[in-house]
Design a protein around this ligand. Structure first.
Ligand code: V47
Length: 435
């Protein structure tokens, strides 16, 4: 019989398989895909959460971030019909909408009035809009809201824009995307949101979002964005037809893509670090392994943030089945969401930020996630149309006070950030960034 005296770990429910992983985490070493599998399959979830908390506290001691933002979904008309999506409508279908420039300007004015530092703008792949609609939208917003950062268009929309601008070449997709990004940047684009990545896996792609761009193209768009000096985010939409191993591969692919971006910015690699073999969905990446979670490693400095060109944030998005073609699935539960945030923090050692998007996680759960690897909970949002909270419409707003209280109650100083994670100094709706 095992007694407490002979084996104290019995009482603590600790899994010995986690010991070598804990050692790597403490030394800031890269975890393998098998380590990720252990983290996902162990019953000792508390140790997993605790390890992720150690990393997040090392990277962001004592603080958690939020922002004052406003989401704008300009059109829900979409040429695609992704099975997990409840947002898209076909032309002429009930509830279809496309916002005109006057509506967009008004949203820009409201953003300024409310003191927002960011507008997060995404929509469907609307085949009826010309390329100029997008440049006009950015120019109009820059005119009415010059200090508001425009974080806009997923990689999927950007490939669509290259197609409608007739600059897309199948054998060289990067050049058309570069053309588009340069035009959008001139018109006021500040950075890219992380949507549309879903799960980088050919099987999942075929089953759930067959006609959408795949991993290669998504990564290429972000690579070009980084090359033209724009920061970007990424996401992982999980808990539908995907499996945990596929999520881990998704994380590995993103981690290599970030190694590439950080190498370009002058970070040095770890010569004896782990590189996974057989990550089929990405091109061979020769960059060295770069981890940001070692003691003494600086996160991208404000100067680098100004220059841009890397992934800032990974946001795991739990699947919401309601209203989608996959409505028969139940979607991930709370424990799976908590564990996924923690595994994401531990695997993506070169990502400065992990976001618990309160809209999809709920605010109380996002608060708990600050103790499990997340350091950011997103912002005031106001309108959000991609997924809807049960029984509510697209008005999904929280106040700055609620965000601050949630963060403080979790034991962290609430830091208002701008899109580039610079601290914001605020006097009502007037604000400036520090440094
Ligand atoms: O691209 C679509 C996902 C994304 C569903 O970059 C769904 O800071 C769950 O990308 N259930 C849009 N998710 C949201 C997004 C995002 C959100 C917050 C912050 C950032 C950031 C990015 O939502 C889509 C798609 O991947 N999505 N349908 C669904 N039923």
């Amino acid at each position: 019989m095992t007694t407490l005296e002979s084996n104290p770990s019995t009482l603590l429910n600790s899994d010995p398989a986690l010991i070598p992983i804990a050692e790597k985490v403490q030394r800031g070493k890269r975890l393998t895909l098998d380590d990720g599998w252990t983290l996902y399959s162990t019953n000792d979830i508390w140790t997993v959460l605790d390890l992720a908390k150690q990393v997040r506290d090392r990277m962001h001691p004592g603080v958690a971030y939020y922002n004052i933002n406003r989401h704008l979904n300009y059109s829900n008309v979409c040429a695609l019909s992704c099975k997990f999506c409840e947002f898209y409508r076909k032309k002429g279908q009930d509830g279809e909408y496309t916002r005109d420039l006057e509506y967009i300007r008004e949203e820009g004015r409201k953003a300024v009035e409310s003191g927002a530092t960011e507008m997060h703008i995404v929509g469907g792949l609307n085949p009826y809009l010309p390329f100029e609609y997008y440049t006009d939208m950015l120019k109009a917003l820059t005119e009415v809201a010059p200090s508001v950062h425009l974080k806009a268009f997923t990689a999927v929309e950007l490939v669509h824009l290259a197609r409608i601008a007739k600059v897309y070449k199948k054998d060289d997709p990067k050049s058309g995307v570069r053309w588009v990004l340069e035009r959008l940047k001139e018109a006021g684009l500040g950075s890219l949101p992380g949507g549309g990545a879903e799960v980088f896996d050919e099987r999942v792609h075929k089953e759930a979002f067959k006609t959408k761009i795949g991993a290669h193209e998504w990564l290429d768009v972000h690579l070009v964005a980084h090359e033209v000096g724009l920061n970007s985010n990424c996401t992982m939409l999980y808990g539908h037809v995907d499996k945990r191993r596929e999520r881990l591969r998704h994380m590995e692919i993103l981690r290599r893509s970030q190694d590439q971006a950080l190498e370009r910015l002058g970070y040095e690699g770890d010569p004896d670090a782990y590189i996974a073999d057989g990550i089929e969905e990405s091109e061979q990446i020769t960059a060295p392994v770069i981890t940001l979670n070692k003691d003494g490693v600086t996160l991208p400095t404000p100067a680098m943030s100004e220059r841009g060109g890397y992934y800032q944030t990974i946001t795991p998005l739990p699947f919401f089945p309601d209203g989608s073609e996959l409505e028969h699935l139940s979607g991930p539960g709370g424990v799976e969401n908590l564990r996924t945030i923690a595994v994401t923090r531990l695997m993506l050692d070169n990502f400065p930020h992990v976001k618990a998007f309160w809209i999809m996680q709920t605010l109380p759960m996002a608060q708990v996630m600050l103790e499990a690897g997340a350091d950011d909970i997103d912002g005031t949002v106001v309108w959000y149309d991609i997924t809807k909270a049960v029984g509510e419409g697209t008005h999904q707003e929280t106040t700055e006070r609620d965000l601050i209280e949630a963060i403080n109650e979790a034991g962290y100083e609430a830091v208002e950030r701008d899109t580039l994670y610079r601290r914001v100094q605020r006097d009502g709706s007037n604000w400036r960034v520090e440094g």
